[in-house]
Design a protein around this ligand. Sequence first.
Ligand code: AMP
Ligand code: ZN
Length: 146
Amino acid sequence: MGPSRDTCIFCDIINKKAPAEIIFENEDVISVLDVHPIHYGHALVIPKHHSRDFLDLPEQLFPPMMHAARIVARALVEEYQLEGYNIFSNNGEVAGQTVFHFHLHITPRHADDNIRFVLNLKRYAGNDLGEAGLRLRQRVHHLLHR
Ligand code: AMP
Ligand code: ZN
């Protein structure tokens, strides 16, 4: 399950019980520098509401999250003259989530920064791509109409 808000480092940061380098804050969202950056300026965008992951976050908090993410991304691009950046979120332990309070990572990218996300790309066999598409379209349809 991971910790609840009582033992959550991001809740502590939000409540000013733990130190952090805050770069953006409004009533819904806080953004801080990651203490173990993939590259300098690596920022986290964190909703103030304690939600375990993407699916747990109330949908009305996504617009303020995206608003904050855009301001922070723009600040990073301008400050570090970035040619690019990654925005991602780890959800679940198997996906690399270590802090179980939903957050977005924004990581600066530079030419020749030597940062690699090691991937082992698969190939769909036969009609598996079409099958997967069909099943997921049906599942989405059920989610939208239940
Ligand atoms: P994740 O592994 O996606 O859950 O990301 C958690 C991130 O939070 C990691 O990149 C950590 O380096 C970062 N982190 C953990 N504790 C702190 C903290 N006190 N202040 C800033 N960043 C933190
Ligand atoms: Zn929390």
